[in-house]
Ligand binder design. Sequence first.
Ligand SMILES: *[C@@H]1O[C@H](CO)[C@@H](O)[C@H](O)[C@H]1NC(C)=O
Ligand SMILES: *[C@@H]1O[C@H](CO)[C@@H](O)[C@H](O)[C@H]1NC(C)=O
Ligand SMILES: *[C@@H]1O[C@H](CO)[C@@H](O)[C@H](O)[C@H]1NC(C)=O
Ligand SMILES: *[C@@H]1O[C@H](CO)[C@@H](O)[C@H](O)[C@H]1NC(C)=O
Length: 169
Amino acid sequence: MRLAAVFASLLATAAASGTFLDLTAIVTHHNNSALECWRLADPFTTSAGAGTAGAATLNIAGLANATYTVLPPRFEGGVHNAPHPQLVVFLSGVAHVTLPHGTGDAFVVGGADGTIIAVDTTGTGHNTSYPSNAATRALQIPFAGGVVPPHTVLFSGACNDSSQVVTVA
Ligand SMILES: *[C@@H]1O[C@H](CO)[C@@H](O)[C@H](O)[C@H]1NC(C)=O
Ligand SMILES: *[C@@H]1O[C@H](CO)[C@@H](O)[C@H](O)[C@H]1NC(C)=O
Ligand SMILES: *[C@@H]1O[C@H](CO)[C@@H](O)[C@H](O)[C@H]1NC(C)=O
Ligand SMILES: *[C@@H]1O[C@H](CO)[C@@H](O)[C@H](O)[C@H]1NC(C)=O
Protein backbone atom coordinates (compact mmCIF):
# COMPACT_ATOMS: atom_id res chain seq x y z
CA MET A 1 0.00 0.00 0.00
CA ARG A 2 1.25 3.51 -0.80
CA LEU A 3 1.94 5.72 2.22
CA ALA A 4 -0.67 8.22 1.01
CA ALA A 5 -3.22 5.42 0.88
CA VAL A 6 -2.31 4.40 4.43
CA PHE A 7 -2.91 7.95 5.66
CA ALA A 8 -6.14 8.23 3.65
CA SER A 9 -7.27 4.98 5.24
CA LEU A 10 -6.37 6.14 8.75
CA LEU A 11 -8.08 9.49 8.18
CA ALA A 12 -11.19 7.80 6.83
CA THR A 13 -11.27 5.52 9.86
CA ALA A 14 -10.57 8.31 12.32
CA ALA A 15 -12.94 10.82 10.75
CA ALA A 16 -16.06 8.75 10.39
CA SER A 17 -17.82 6.11 12.40
CA GLY A 18 -20.95 4.46 11.14
CA THR A 19 -21.86 1.82 8.62
CA PHE A 20 -20.50 2.28 5.11
CA LEU A 21 -20.41 0.63 1.69
CA ASP A 22 -16.88 -0.31 0.55
CA LEU A 23 -16.55 -1.36 -3.05
CA THR A 24 -13.97 -2.05 -5.73
CA ALA A 25 -13.55 0.72 -8.30
CA ILE A 26 -11.92 0.53 -11.75
CA VAL A 27 -10.27 3.92 -12.27
CA THR A 28 -7.82 5.54 -14.70
CA HIS A 29 -4.35 6.37 -13.33
CA HIS A 30 -1.79 7.91 -15.69
CA ASN A 31 -3.85 6.71 -18.67
CA ASN A 32 -4.02 3.10 -17.46
CA SER A 33 -6.88 1.32 -15.74
CA ALA A 34 -6.23 0.46 -12.10
CA LEU A 35 -8.16 -1.01 -9.17
CA GLU A 36 -8.93 0.86 -5.96
CA CYS A 37 -10.97 0.07 -2.87
CA TRP A 38 -13.45 2.90 -2.21
CA ARG A 39 -15.67 3.76 0.74
CA LEU A 40 -18.76 5.81 -0.16
CA ALA A 41 -18.80 8.89 2.08
CA ASP A 42 -22.47 8.74 3.00
CA PRO A 43 -23.17 6.25 5.79
CA PHE A 44 -26.12 3.91 5.99
CA THR A 45 -29.05 5.36 7.91
CA THR A 46 -32.13 3.81 9.43
CA SER A 47 -34.94 3.76 6.92
CA ALA A 48 -38.25 5.41 7.70
CA GLY A 49 -39.61 4.34 4.30
CA ALA A 50 -42.73 2.30 3.80
CA GLY A 51 -41.94 -1.38 3.79
CA THR A 52 -38.32 -0.93 4.94
CA ALA A 53 -38.79 1.08 8.16
CA GLY A 54 -36.03 0.22 10.62
CA ALA A 55 -33.72 -1.39 8.02
CA ALA A 56 -30.27 -0.03 7.17
CA THR A 57 -30.41 1.96 3.92
CA LEU A 58 -27.99 3.91 1.80
CA ASN A 59 -29.22 6.28 -0.88
CA ILE A 60 -27.00 6.53 -3.96
CA ALA A 61 -28.19 9.64 -5.77
CA GLY A 62 -27.89 10.78 -9.36
CA LEU A 63 -28.34 7.61 -11.38
CA ALA A 64 -29.26 7.91 -15.05
CA ASN A 65 -30.82 4.59 -16.10
CA ALA A 66 -30.21 0.87 -15.83
CA THR A 67 -29.22 -1.73 -18.42
CA TYR A 68 -29.85 -5.36 -17.52
CA THR A 69 -27.24 -7.51 -19.28
CA VAL A 70 -27.10 -11.33 -19.54
CA LEU A 71 -23.60 -12.54 -20.43
CA PRO A 72 -23.35 -16.11 -21.67
CA PRO A 73 -21.18 -18.68 -19.85
CA ARG A 74 -17.42 -18.30 -20.54
CA PHE A 75 -17.91 -14.99 -22.36
CA GLU A 76 -14.94 -12.77 -23.24
CA GLY A 77 -15.68 -9.06 -22.93
CA GLY A 78 -12.21 -8.08 -24.14
CA VAL A 79 -10.31 -4.91 -23.38
CA HIS A 80 -12.55 -1.87 -23.07
CA ASN A 81 -13.17 1.34 -21.17
CA ALA A 82 -16.18 1.95 -18.97
CA PRO A 83 -18.79 3.34 -21.41
CA HIS A 84 -19.92 5.80 -18.71
CA PRO A 85 -18.88 6.34 -15.09
CA GLN A 86 -21.22 3.75 -13.62
CA LEU A 87 -22.27 1.44 -10.85
CA VAL A 88 -22.25 -2.22 -11.93
CA VAL A 89 -24.34 -4.61 -9.86
CA PHE A 90 -23.50 -8.24 -10.59
CA LEU A 91 -26.53 -10.33 -9.77
CA SER A 92 -25.18 -13.79 -10.61
CA GLY A 93 -22.16 -15.51 -12.16
CA VAL A 94 -18.57 -14.26 -11.99
CA ALA A 95 -16.68 -11.44 -13.68
CA HIS A 96 -12.87 -11.50 -13.80
CA VAL A 97 -11.32 -8.07 -14.30
CA THR A 98 -7.70 -7.95 -15.45
CA LEU A 99 -5.52 -4.98 -16.32
CA PRO A 100 -3.48 -5.22 -19.55
CA HIS A 101 -1.34 -2.27 -18.34
CA GLY A 102 -1.61 -2.58 -14.59
CA THR A 103 -1.17 -4.84 -11.59
CA GLY A 104 -3.70 -6.94 -9.74
CA ASP A 105 -7.03 -8.37 -10.79
CA ALA A 106 -10.49 -8.79 -9.32
CA PHE A 107 -12.98 -11.63 -9.27
CA VAL A 108 -16.46 -10.24 -8.76
CA VAL A 109 -18.95 -12.87 -7.64
CA GLY A 110 -22.56 -12.01 -8.40
CA GLY A 111 -24.80 -11.52 -5.39
CA ALA A 112 -24.60 -9.73 -2.05
CA ASP A 113 -20.97 -8.61 -2.52
CA GLY A 114 -21.17 -8.07 -6.29
CA THR A 115 -21.43 -4.28 -6.65
CA ILE A 116 -18.53 -2.34 -8.16
CA ILE A 117 -17.90 1.08 -9.71
CA ALA A 118 -16.29 1.53 -13.14
CA VAL A 119 -15.03 5.02 -14.02
CA ASP A 120 -12.11 4.24 -16.38
CA THR A 121 -13.77 5.98 -19.33
CA THR A 122 -10.37 6.98 -20.76
CA GLY A 123 -6.98 5.32 -21.18
CA THR A 124 -5.88 1.78 -21.98
CA GLY A 125 -8.88 0.04 -20.38
CA HIS A 126 -9.55 -3.23 -18.58
CA ASN A 127 -10.32 -6.75 -19.76
CA THR A 128 -13.39 -8.50 -18.42
CA SER A 129 -14.03 -12.21 -18.83
CA TYR A 130 -16.89 -14.26 -17.41
CA PRO A 131 -15.35 -17.66 -16.59
CA SER A 132 -18.33 -19.36 -14.95
CA ASN A 133 -20.35 -22.13 -16.57
CA ALA A 134 -23.53 -20.19 -15.84
CA ALA A 135 -24.69 -16.88 -17.29
CA THR A 136 -23.52 -13.73 -15.52
CA ARG A 137 -26.24 -11.16 -15.01
CA ALA A 138 -25.50 -7.53 -14.31
CA LEU A 139 -27.19 -4.16 -14.02
CA GLN A 140 -25.12 -1.31 -15.45
CA ILE A 141 -26.27 1.97 -13.91
CA PRO A 142 -24.54 5.16 -15.15
CA PHE A 143 -24.14 8.12 -12.80
CA ALA A 144 -26.22 11.03 -14.13
CA GLY A 145 -23.92 13.59 -15.71
CA GLY A 146 -20.96 11.34 -14.89
CA VAL A 147 -21.01 12.61 -11.30
CA VAL A 148 -19.43 9.96 -9.06
CA PRO A 149 -20.72 9.74 -5.46
CA PRO A 150 -18.46 11.24 -2.78
CA HIS A 151 -16.00 8.64 -1.50
CA THR A 152 -12.60 8.04 0.05
CA VAL A 153 -9.96 5.76 -1.46
CA LEU A 154 -9.14 3.18 1.22
CA PHE A 155 -6.22 1.63 -0.69
CA SER A 156 -4.87 0.71 -4.13
CA GLY A 157 -6.17 -2.63 -5.39
CA ALA A 158 -9.52 -4.36 -5.20
CA CYS A 159 -11.45 -4.52 -1.93
CA ASN A 160 -11.26 -7.91 -0.17
CA ASP A 161 -14.85 -8.59 -1.11
CA SER A 162 -15.93 -6.66 -4.19
CA SER A 163 -18.46 -4.81 -2.08
CA GLN A 164 -19.00 -5.00 1.63
CA VAL A 165 -21.14 -3.28 4.25
CA VAL A 166 -18.66 -2.28 6.96
CA THR A 167 -19.40 -0.90 10.42
CA VAL A 168 -16.69 1.40 11.81
CA ALA A 169 -16.80 1.91 15.59
C1 LIG B 1 -28.29 6.07 -19.95
O1 LIG B 1 -27.50 7.06 -19.33
C2 LIG B 1 -26.31 7.37 -20.03
C3 LIG B 1 -25.51 8.33 -19.16
O2 LIG B 1 -26.26 9.47 -18.86
C4 LIG B 1 -26.65 7.95 -21.39
O3 LIG B 1 -25.49 8.26 -22.10
C5 LIG B 1 -27.47 6.92 -22.15
O4 LIG B 1 -27.87 7.47 -23.38
C6 LIG B 1 -28.70 6.52 -21.35
N1 LIG B 1 -29.37 5.44 -22.03
C7 LIG B 1 -30.67 5.49 -22.34
C8 LIG B 1 -31.21 4.32 -23.07
O5 LIG B 1 -31.35 6.43 -22.01
C1 LIG C 1 -3.95 6.80 -23.48
O1 LIG C 1 -4.49 5.56 -23.85
C2 LIG C 1 -5.19 5.58 -25.10
C3 LIG C 1 -5.86 4.22 -25.28
O2 LIG C 1 -4.91 3.18 -25.25
C4 LIG C 1 -4.21 5.89 -26.21
O3 LIG C 1 -4.88 5.95 -27.45
C5 LIG C 1 -3.56 7.25 -25.93
O4 LIG C 1 -2.56 7.50 -26.89
C6 LIG C 1 -2.93 7.26 -24.53
N1 LIG C 1 -2.49 8.62 -24.22
C7 LIG C 1 -1.31 8.85 -23.65
C8 LIG C 1 -1.03 10.28 -23.33
O5 LIG C 1 -0.51 7.97 -23.40
C1 LIG D 1 -8.74 -11.17 -21.37
O1 LIG D 1 -8.68 -12.05 -20.26
C2 LIG D 1 -8.86 -13.39 -20.62
C3 LIG D 1 -8.93 -14.22 -19.34
O2 LIG D 1 -7.84 -13.97 -18.50
C4 LIG D 1 -7.71 -13.82 -21.52
O3 LIG D 1 -7.88 -15.16 -21.90
C5 LIG D 1 -7.72 -12.94 -22.75
O4 LIG D 1 -6.61 -13.26 -23.57
C6 LIG D 1 -7.67 -11.49 -22.37
N1 LIG D 1 -7.85 -10.70 -23.57
C7 LIG D 1 -7.05 -9.69 -23.89
C8 LIG D 1 -7.37 -9.00 -25.17
O5 LIG D 1 -6.13 -9.32 -23.16
C1 LIG E 1 -8.70 -7.78 4.02
O1 LIG E 1 -8.50 -9.11 4.45
C2 LIG E 1 -7.37 -9.25 5.28
C3 LIG E 1 -7.19 -10.73 5.54
O2 LIG E 1 -8.40 -11.32 5.96
C4 LIG E 1 -7.59 -8.44 6.56
O3 LIG E 1 -6.46 -8.54 7.38
C5 LIG E 1 -7.81 -6.98 6.20
O4 LIG E 1 -8.12 -6.25 7.35
C6 LIG E 1 -8.94 -6.86 5.21
N1 LIG E 1 -9.01 -5.46 4.78
C7 LIG E 1 -10.18 -4.86 4.64
C8 LIG E 1 -10.10 -3.45 4.21
O5 LIG E 1 -11.26 -5.40 4.83
